[in-house]
Design a protein around this ligand. Sequence first.
Ligand SMILES: O=C(O)C1=C[C@@H](OP(=O)(O)O)[C@@H](O)[C@H](O)C1
Ligand SMILES: C=C(OP(=O)(O)O)C(=O)O
Length: 743
Amino acid sequence: MAEPLIGRLVVIGLGLIGGSLGVALKAAGGCREVIGVARREGTGQQAVELGICNRATTSLEDVLAELEAGDVIFVAVPTLAVESVLGEMKGRLPAGVTVTDGASVKGSVVEAARAVWGEVPDFLVPGHPIAGSEKSGVTAAREDLYRDHRIILTPLDNTAEAHLQRVRAMWQAVGAEVLDMPVGEHDEVLAATSHLPHVIAYGLVDTLAHDSENENIFRYAAGGFRDFTRIASSDPVMWRDIMLANRDAILEAIDLYRGNLDTLRSAIDRGDGEYLMGVFTRAKAARDHFTKILAKKAYSEIMQAQEVTFIAQPGDTVSGTLRVPGDKSMSHRSIMLGSLAEGVTEVEGFLEGEDALATLQAFRDMGVVIEGPVDGRVVIHGVGMHGLQAPPGPLYVGNSGTSMRLLAGLLAGQEFDVTLTGDESLSKRPMNRVATPLRQMGAVIETGPEGRPPLQIKGGQPLKGIDYELPMASAQVKSCVLLAGLYAEGETSTLEPASTRDHTERMLAGFGYEVQRDGARASLRSGGSLRATKIDVPADISSATFFMVAAAIAPGSDVILEHVGINPTRDGAINILRQMGADIELDNRREVGGEPVADIRVRYAPLKGIQIPEDQVPLAIDEFPAIFVAAACAEGETVLTGAEELRVKESDRIQAMADGLKILGVNAEPTADGIVIHGAGEGAVFGGGTVDSLGDHRIAMSFAVASLRAGDTIRILNCANVATSFPNFADLAKRAGLKLQVA
Ligand SMILES: O=C(O)C1=C[C@@H](OP(=O)(O)O)[C@@H](O)[C@H](O)C1
Ligand SMILES: C=C(OP(=O)(O)O)C(=O)O
């Protein structure tokens, strides 16, 4: 066995927290020996019998005498007992021994150390395993308690690196993720997320237990009571200590909560159902997504960095009738316009992907009551053109360029300040394309360095209409300007260099707002209002394209994609694939809520390389990664030009695809504004290999489709963001016949 990480581990306090570290580190072979120290002899004996420690004693003094450099002492006693334990160590600790602890409040541990030593010694590494439970005592100790749990360490400026590393390595050895945080921040975060809930749970059970009808209350108390009050079974001594030790931060959290409870009380009193729906829908969404919400906060970056790998085995055909999720562009716009409308808008077919949900959350944050989504149904209680409220903090829109750019326009005309932020990929994308025209309209807006996010938008600025000639074909820029135009004096118009998706114009009209359209120009005037409506979002043609390409490249395939939006500003992929020889049939054509829809049937037919017409580029802008896969399977050369916009999407899609295609053995040369792909025609076009999607959903799904014509396994890294536009992609792909595994 490898050399243990640390020498001896001394655990002072053999309860759930201390005992679990002992048993886990012993099992992991992470130390030479575990020595337990307990106040009562019986506890120590029991701990030895349970395999928690090799030996136990009641005398800390005796143990200290035998320690040497490299040993670690873990203090796992109730918070207020820490000081006396540290006091016992003073003057008796051999040099090089590390001391750490597991108390839930760090400020008081630091104070205790100061009281004992005059200053916090460099060998003390304050820590807090976030792994407690309502169970306590030596019998509650579990070997797996810390596996995949977070440990927060709060080192001070003078904490010695060697001691910090030792403690970090110890926790990692038992499967924990270790994070660092300043002491004060730790105590504030924990006051809100752990200490306040305990106060409330203890308080609620105590209130009900004192009620003269308590027997009935406990007898009939259903799951809600049980779930909510589980933590009132926790160790009272430990929690008394925490309350006293973290007094100030806990009082602040209680006051905040009390204020909220009072507001809820008066809403119930005056029968304000709308207010209650606002609180409950926001809270439900926060709870449903709380792991992600936490990921943006101090607790962890780790969650966001969640790794998803697609492993695609060579496949043969795809078949079946599939309905891909709702259109992303329309889902965003349904929330935006529904929020600004008068009355209640009902949306069906809403895309429950991260991007559209980011827009939904942004409007909730601005006070709009939005029910759902449940099975694609969303109900938006519109607040009218001037009813949005200042959000409590920055609006975080994740990976979604559409959210950020459209919101920028809409928010430029509000009365309040707002900041828009996004994830790592979005933070690299250009925002001057919207900031420039908005400034021309009179908006006050600041970008980050080089015109990247975050966007800081100043409220209360009078906007004036402009006639804006777009420098690039972008529906996001066009929509941004038109949405700002809703709040600008006079007329606002946009002139686009090539036709781009027109969902904003169509949907505004659907909400009863007049938009003039004259060729490449769209214009509107401010001062109107939006009337709530019903929206049926068709399936997203961008998502459908992955299955269109799949059927087009895999001999024997026959797929029907139901209820897909085939708006003529979005149908470039159909036109391009048809030109390449694909067998695509549009059946059951109809119009749904102002948008054309059809069922798309694709059967395998051999493809040939083409020069892609430039006028099709904006009409297929998101579909190119998949089209490149089709091009690789076509006979001859496919040339794309005029598509430099692909370089500023979630990744540089020209480079990302060229790199991946080359790894898989395809001859693909990127150019400044496109790519040249030499298609192999027949047989297994792609070799096996590992490609990186760079966190770009469309790159990930495109390479998964390539597996249908691969000779060996394709591994695709960084696929978590598939959830932004197509959360059930892997399930549908498997149903259709792809041999896809998600790891
Ligand atoms: O307006 C929209 O909903 C979108 C417009 C396109 O972006 P650009 O306007 O940047 O081309 C597209 O790539 C994006 O997925 C959605
Ligand atoms: C470019 C895309 O989206 P967005 O710009 O909204 O991030 C996309 O979905 O391919």
